[in-house]
Design a binder for this molecule. Structure first.
Ligand code: P6P
Length: 339
């Protein structure tokens, strides 16, 4: 349409790179390669109900969870799309036990890519929104050598970029390269991601809380008090919204305001979500949008990872809401402290 300013993802990335004269263009190319993989995965996810790609495989992943065929497709698609661009020295996937080396025949680059290929995949058959999450670091091991586990075990504060793709009523790619958080909606008419959410700012306080209340009896006493506070002590109680697909839950809360929680509990002392593939990238995205992400005590991105698949509790979203739940958790610790 005349006068419409089409800002594609590629153009947005390149314009961001132009603001950094020292940039080599490698990160831009890496993000562009990821957007291509996202388009292909989106195509498969959106026709999953039509072809025999849905349904459980007889495989289980490194966490013993039954794996859906689309999980495997997305995992393999990302590796195939990313391993030959010459920008990476190593990859790691939530679906793979160990680090993924770049084949010898391909050039080795200076970046590290970690990803959760298809988060929320247990929702596929119910046509609930699911997502891909990615996190990018600069390597710390010597250049032109194969990447190492150390390259993959960096604090979240070291990320140079992070993003997610939510495959829902439309396919939206949200990314940050440290200069704000921006969202792009895939226009299937010409297969481009177009800028739809520029410089997202999450409300400092929301009206939505998201967590699995079925785990109530296993919760920390401070969390029980916090949830009762949201339900009983405010003029207008918060709304409970929980899709069970973190990319969709966090995306909604980032746009509307609110808090998503996957806490530690009596059964899972570290919670369920993975630090490297889910919590760190989401924390970078949310902090760049003015929000906060913690494990209930410290910022997620300050945590020094010890292993590739470690889990941490996650409280993420509007800054005031996350600070409030941290306050309830801390007060309960004091109350339950011996002596
Ligand atoms: P629960 C999906 O399996 C996932 O990893 C996240 O996307 C989601 O937020 C969470 O697990 C849901 O877990 O225990 O509430 O079913």
């Amino acid at each position: 349409m005349p006068g419409t300013r089409y800002m594609t993802l590629q153009r947005h990335i390149i314009e961001g790179e132009r603001r950094h004269p020292e940039a080599t263009g490698e990160l831009s190319a890496l993000l562009s390669d990821l957007s291509l993989a996202a388009k292909v995965i989106s195509l498969e996810v959106n026709k999953a109900g039509l072809v025999d790609i849905v349904g459980f495989t007889d495989d289980t992943n490194v966490h013993g969870e039954q794996v859906k065929k689309l999980d495997i497709f997305a995992h393999e698609m990302l590796i195939r799309a990313m391993d030959h661009g010459g920008h990476l020295c190593v990859m790691a996937s939530e679906e793979e036990e160990n680090i993924i080396h770049i084949p010898r025949k391909h050039q080795i680059g200076k970046y590290v890519l970690l990803f959760d290929p298809l988060d929320g995949s247990s929702n596929i058959d119910a046509n609930v929104s699911i997502g891909t999450i990615f996190s990018i670091y600069k390597r710390v091991s010597p250049e032109h050598t194969p990447g190492t586990l150390e390259d993959c075990l960096q604090k979240g504060d070291k990320q140079v970029a992070a993003g997610y793709v939510v495959y829902g009523s439309s396919t939206i790619m949200v990314y940050t390269a440290g200069e704000g958080t921006h969202g792009f909606t895939l226009d299937p008419a010409f297969g481009e991601f177009l800028l739809s959410h520029e410089s997202i700012q999450i409300p400092s306080q929301g009206k939505i809380y998201s967590l699995n209340e079925g785990n109530y009896k296993f919760w920390h006493p401070g969390l029980k008090r916090y949830i009762k506070y949201l339900q009983e002590d405010l003029n207008k109680p918060y709304s409970a919204r929980y899709i069970g697909s973190m990319v969709a839950d966090i995306h909604r809360n980032m746009l509307y305001g609110g808090i998503f929680m996957y806490p530690a509990d009596a059964r899972n002392p570290k919670g369920k979500l993975r630090l490297m593939y889910e919590n760190n990238p989401m924390a970078f995205i949310i902090e760049q949008a003015g929000g906060r992400a913690s494990d209930g005590k410290q910022r997620i991105m300050e945590i020094q990872p010890e292993n590739l698949h470690e889990r941490t509790p996650l409280y993420i979203g509007s800054k005031e809401d996350v600070l409030m739940v941290e306050k309830f958790l801390a007060e309960a610790e004091v109350l339950s402290a011996p002596g």
